[in-house]
Ligand binder design. Structure first.
Ligand SMILES: [Zn+2]
Length: 161
């Protein structure tokens, strides 16, 4: 009888333990938001990065570091390092800004309606730190038909290893 009791205790313990592990791995999946005050952003970004990422600025066309960039790798958010776009989806849209026909993962890039400057556009922001990246348009190539038009300043590049 005592043996049986020990055994059932072990089973309960194992069940509890595995339940806990499952919960923890689910927690890891939820994206950790990066939240900073304007002042904190000002100290960790260059003035140019701050103007584009935090004040919805746009760099001049054909001037950006990654407009003609063709290396294989991942483009990450300049504000927080979140993986955003793969070089596999980059193409030359002729617009003067880096263009991608898809995001690396839909959960990493947020979209919202932008009606500034008398235009109706869809703004794209980093899902992790809410930094402004650029806009997404519906005149992209197949298979998505989308054109994620992104400021080079909003991106950092991590070459494929
Ligand atoms: Zn970010």
């Amino acid at each position: 009888m005592r043996k049986l009791l020990t055994l059932s205790l072990v089973i309960v313990a194992v069940t509890l333990f595995s339940g806990q592990t499952k919960q923890e791995s689910q927690k890891e999946f939820v994206m950790d938001k990066v939240e900073k005050s304007d002042q904190e952003w000002e100290t960790c970004l260059t003035p140019e990065e701050y103007q584009i990422l935090r004040e919805n600025g746009t760099e001049l066309a054909f001037t950006g570091e990654y407009y003609k960039h063709k290396e294989k790798g991942t483009y990450v958010c300049a504000g927080c390092g979140n993986d955003l776009f793969s070089s596999d989806t980059k193409y030359d849209s002729g617009s003067g800004w880096p263009a991608f026909f898809d995001a690396l993962d839909k959960t990493k890039v947020n979209t919202k309606s932008d009606i500034s400057y008398g235009m109706v556009r869809t703004e794209i922001t980093c899902a992790k730190c809410d930094s402004h990246l650029g806009h997404v348009f519906k005149d992209g190539p197949k298979p998505t038909g989308l054109r994620y038009c992104v400021n080079s300043v909003a991106l950092d590049f991590s070459p494929k290893k």
